[in-house]
Design a protein. Structure first.
Length: 182
C-alpha cells in the first residue's frame, strides 16, 4: 500500500493582516502553519461556520450545502493540491451515492464547504514544504535587537508614507542628532 502525499490539517486561525485575510492551516502535532490569503467574503463565511454563527438568510456556501443536500450529495474531503506562482489550488470531492466527483476550486471556497460538511481538509506534502511557516520562529526574529538608527530610518519612511509629517519631522531631527559626527 502506497503512502498518500496528502496530510490532514485543521484550521488554526483566521486573521486579518496587511496582506488581507489569511486562513492558517495546521497539522496536529506540528508547530508550522500554512497561511493562505483569502478574500473578505470567504473569510466571513469560514469564520461564521467555524464559530457556529447563523444568519437569518443563507450565505452562498450555506446555499450550496442545501443544494447538494437536496441532490443527495455530500462533500467527503477537500485537497489543497498545488501552489503555483503564489496561487493555491484545491479540489473538492463530492459523493453522490456510488459516484465521486472531483471539482476544481479555490482553497477558500473548498475550506468553507468542508466546514459545513464536517469534511476533512488535506494538503499535499509539496505545498506544505513550500509554504509552511513557523510563527514562533518569526516572533523570535522580531525580538532580535534592531539597529536603533535603522529603526529611526524605517519609522521616518513609514511616517512619510502615511502622511504623518509632524511625526516625520521629529523623527528626522532625532535621526540627524544621532548621525551627526562633530
Amino acid at each position: 500500500m502506497s503512502k498518500s502525499p496528502f496530510f490532514q490539517v485543521r484550521i488554526e486561525n483566521i486573521s486579518l493582516s496587511n496582506l488581507g485575510f489569511i486562513v492558517f492551516l495546521k497539522r496536529d502535532g506540528d508547530e508550522d502553519v500554512l497561511p493562505i490569503c483569502i478574500g473578505a467574503m470567504e473569510a466571513h463565511s469560514i469564520a461564521a461556520c467555524y464559530n457556529n454563527q447563523s444568519f437569518p438568510r443563507p450565505l452562498s456556501h450555506d446555499l450550496f450545502k442545501s443544494i447538494l443536500g437536496d441532490l443527495n450529495c455530500k462533500i467527503s474531503k477537500i485537497h489543497v493540491t498545488d501552489l503555483i506562482d503564489g496561487t493555491f489550488y484545491a479540489r473538492i470531492f463530492i459523493e453522490n451515492g456510488k459516484k465521486l466527483l472531483d471539482i476544481d476550486s479555490r482553497p477558500s471556497d473548498a475550506i468553507a464547504l468542508a466546514l459545513r460538511f464536517d469534511a476533512p481538509i488535506f494538503v499535499h506534502e509539496k505545498v506544505l514544504k513550500a509554504a509552511t511557516v513557523n510563527l514562533d520562529k518569526s516572533k523570535e526574529k522580531e525580538k532580535e535587537p534592531i539597529d536603533p538608527i535603522q529603526k529611526l530610518k524605517d519609522d521616518l519612511k513609514k511616517a512619510v508614507s502615511e502622511e504623518r509629517y509632524e511625526e516625520a519631522a521629529k523623527l528626522r531631527d532625532e535621526l540627524k542628532t544621532k548621525t551627526d559626527i562633530n
